[in-house]
Design a protein around this ligand. Structure first.
Ligand SMILES: *Cc1c(COP(=O)(O)O)cnc(C)c1O
Length: 346
């Protein structure tokens, strides 16, 4: 199969997975129709299945997580209103400011703590009294997992209680919510029940080529359907893509545990390299600090072995996923052991 010729083992992201043969078979045999008319049975099946899985009323298939987060903002907040969001969150930092640029909704930004949470005291301080001067906040957005870290369930309870008390909606950017649920060994509803809307990606650890879903009440999702149209996200015979999503939800959730175990083994091997200090991974991401003394040497070694990672020279990110199987991981661990020996000897 064709791929980036300089990369043999790709740890940059769980978005790099390619559909498996079985997933491609499901796509090839999908029944399709024009989804503008709600005539695509496979899209409807995916949306219905997802709504049931999350124990919510309704779900909407979207082309991306970026769009699905933006649709949530537009569905919960009117022009000139505000939403509370973390300064390091994907939806604020890495989505080109869509809430402000497209929706005219003001992000009320507060710092993410290092564990990905927003301090409840910070949220309370950001809720200004009703006044002609302030944009009223309508929604709190959290992210789970956050850089591979899981938000504790009791924290979600705390924030959703505050949101109810203050009549705010709760949105979860749950791009990797299934990683969080698997790692906590809970059903995804245990997380989802604290939110009005949840966005999650089919195209990451679940291994589908394209797509996200937004889940919520029937009213919110029907509003969201109009916003998706406005954003150019209405699709026609999207059943081809929805079939990949259905296949992923039926076959690729439980196996996320394997990615998590492999991330732990990877972290262990990285820890054996002098000058490399990995965080303990909670799910499928390993972040490691790389000492300036080994940075160039390590980068050159990885390049030579055609191993790709993301992050920066001083803080690398390694992501495990469907296309890092047992053989590939073993090969990687062998390379890392070799590099550790070289580095000790030097
Ligand atoms: C990937 C990601 C998104 C956006 O998803 P796309 O499908 O790439 O637009 C949103 N939030 C988080 C946390 C992500 O990791």
């Amino acid at each position: 199969m064709q791929k980036n010729s300089n990369i043999e083992i790709d740890f940059r992201s769980d978005t790099v997975t390619r559909p498996t043969d079985k997933m491609r078979e499901a796509m090839a045999s999908a029944e399709v129709g024009d989804d503008y008319y709600r005539d695509d049975p496979t899209v409807r099946a995916l949306e219905d299945y997802t709504a049931r899985l999350f124990e919510k009323e309704s779900a909407l298939f979207t082309p991306s997580g970026t769009q699905s987060n933006l649709i949530a903002v537009m569905s919960h907040c009117a022009q000139g209103e505000a939403y509370i969001v973390g300064d390091q969150s994907h939806s604020y930092l890495r989505e080109l400011g869509g809430a402000a640029v497209v929706a005219s909704v003001q992000p009320q930004v507060i710092p993410n703590q290092s564990d990905g949470t927003l301090a409840v005291t910070d949220i309370e301080a950001a809720l200004y009294p009703a006044s002609i001067l302030f944009s009223p906040a309508r929604m709190i957005a959290l992210e789970n997992t956050f850089n591979g870290q899981i938000l504790p369930i009791d924290y979600l309870q705390q924030v959703s209680a505050l949101a109810r008390q203050r009549s705010l909606r709760m949105h979860l950017d749950g791009a990797r919510i299934f990683n969080a649920a698997r790692a906590l060994n809970v059903h995804v509803c245990e997380i989802a029940q604290h939110f009005d809307t949840i966005s999650f990606c089919l195209s990451k650890g679940l291994g589908a080529p394209v797509g996200s879903l937004l889940v919520g009440t029937r009213d919110t999702i029907e509003k969201g359907r109009r916003h998706r149209q406005l954003l150019g996200g209405g699709l026609r015979q999207a059943g081809i893509l929805a079939a990949a999503g259905l296949y992923a939800l039926n076959n690729h959730i439980e196996r996320l545990t394997e990615d998590h175990k492999r991330a732990k083994r990877l972290a262990k091997a990285l820890a054996d390299i002098p000058g490399v200090t990995p965080d303990i991974p909670q799910t499928n991401m390993v972040f490691c600090a790389v000492n300036p003394a080994v940075q160039d040497h390590f980068a050159a070694f990885l390049l030579d072995r055609q191993i790709a990672v993301s992050g920066t020279a001083s803080r690398q990110r390694w992501v495990t996923h469907l296309d890092i199987g047992e053989a590939t991981l073993t090969r990687t661990l062998d390379h890392l052991t070799e590099f550790a020996k070289q580095t000790v000897a030097a």
